[in-house]
Design a protein around this ligand. Sequence first.
Ligand SMILES: NC(=O)c1ccc[n+]([C@@H]2O[C@H](COP(=O)([O-])OP(=O)(O)OC[C@H]3O[C@@H](n4cnc5c(N)ncnc54)[C@H](OP(=O)(O)O)[C@@H]3O)[C@@H](O)[C@H]2O)c1
Length: 306
Amino acid sequence: MRLLVLGGTRFVGRAVVDEALAAGHSVTMFNRGLTNPGLYPSVETVTGDRTVSLSPLAGRHFDAVIDCAGYDPAVVSLSVAALRDAVDRYVFVSSVSVYADQSVPPVEGAAVLSDDSYGGRKAACEQVVLSVFGPRAAIARPGLIVGPYDPTVRFPYWPRRLARGGRVLAPGAPDDPIQFIDVRDLARFLVSPSPSGVFNVVGPALPFGDVLKACRSGAPVELVWVSTADLLAAGLDPWMGVPLWIGDPEWAAANLVDNSRAVAAGLTWRSPAETAADVLAWDVARGGPEAEPFTAEQEKALLGGH
Ligand SMILES: NC(=O)c1ccc[n+]([C@@H]2O[C@H](COP(=O)([O-])OP(=O)(O)OC[C@H]3O[C@@H](n4cnc5c(N)ncnc54)[C@H](OP(=O)(O)O)[C@@H]3O)[C@@H](O)[C@H]2O)c1
């Protein structure tokens, strides 16, 4: 396939380019050349600013575009208008944050936000794509995306913390569900000629305790579970005050997203142990994050009474 990647050089787009090249596709990236310039010297990059114009792509034709990082419906409208006759399929990376009610397990047909939040704007972007491309569109709604080059401080905290060993604060309870998708599994889904429509692209809901076990890398560790009630009583931010922990009842089902449509369309995932090992290797190579999301001092204070 001839693939156009809008973006391509940070995290999701980078995995998409890697996957597309590995699958033997021809890849053209469209970006400003500001993020990780020179990352793919042998991949064609058309330089431009998508908030202004996609005219540098005029006259080109592609089998599909994968729009990795559209956040603003007005900007996505520009892309859709420029590409409606230039690409056969439009694949848009959205988010499960579009769902209006995160207290019940989100399924694809459920109501979406219509406000000016991140999720509301993503939902509006989806509508822009669907209104022009209809059955030629695929909307991927990932949950938490993890893997090498993750620009967030959420998942990488765990393999890094467990590698340090000792008494480790584990938030909530071992059976609490946690759901994510490895960026490389997401990329494989995006690059495959998946059917049209809307898909929740998330992995299985796993017990948090199993994921922490998968994140261990050999150092002796004692997991000390501190209940959600105790973490809230200690004043922690219920939205990932401890990385990946969610203590807000309005988000009780954020880790129970229904992925059956995507699975039927071919979504598969690697083991959490493989993801964790690869994230740790990348995290060590980069020298860790600029700032710890949850510090040793915070952990020590919370472990005091346990
Ligand atoms: N992290 C999560 O857990 C999570 C969960 C659900 C959904 N998501 C979604 O996953 C996606 C993450 O995207 P990513 O940042 O990893 O994608 P990416 O494609 O790897 O990186 C963003 C790309 O956009 C380009 N870009 C930025 N501004 C541009 C502009 N004005 N014109 C042209 N190109 C521009 C950047 O290059 P230049 O700067 O050089 O232009 C860069 O190549 C987002 O859609 C997000 O909503 C994330």
